[in-house]
Design a protein around this ligand. Structure first.
Ligand code: THU
Length: 140
């Protein structure tokens, strides 16, 4: 498996892909579109949007849509994540459930960028967003 190089330009491009993905959000209840784009180690990019349901609790976040799609296409290693919430007034980071799911497939040093527009992009790592992670030894 190759290890794609993650540059600042690539992160900005990934955020642009997340912005595009947010346009496909199915969010008639919250009216809060979110898009995610995940770069995986072999260089492929997978996108996702939030998909809500009339049973509100069944909503799936953009981040999990993207990572589930990536895994279903054979990817196993996240190189970078971008999240776009264009209707937000500030950068929206992934929810707790998504942080747990992303860390199943990404190391602590994986960059995560998030913003409502390119001008307010924030950058963190998976390890910063989900410290003291545990139970990886269960995945054999
Ligand atoms: N949402 C995401 O898709 N990702 C996030 O990081 C934050 C929240 C979705 C869930 C729900 O459909 C809507 O945004 C409002 O919470």
């Amino acid at each position: 498996m190759e290890n794609v190089l993650v540059t600042e330009e690539k992160l900005e491009g990934l955020f642009e892909a997340a912005m595009q993905a947010s346009k496909l959000a199915y969010c008639p209840y919250s009216k809060f579109p979110v898009g995610a784009a995940i770069l995986v180690s072999d260089g492929r990019i997978f996108t996702g949007c939030n998909v809500e349901n009339r049973s509100y609790g069944l909503a799936n976040c953009a981040e999990r849509t993207a990572i589930f799609t990536a895994v279903a296409e054979g990817a196993r290693k996240i190189a970078a994540v971008a999240i776009a919430a264009p209707k937000a007034e500030y950068p929206v980071g992934p929810c707790g459930a998504c942080r747990q799911v992303l860390t199943e497939f990404g190391d602590d040093d994986v960059p995560v960028v998030f913003g409502s527009k390119i001008e307010n992009l924030k950058k963190a790592t998976l390890g910063q967003l989900y410290p003291f992670d545990s139970l990886h030894e269960l995945a054999q």
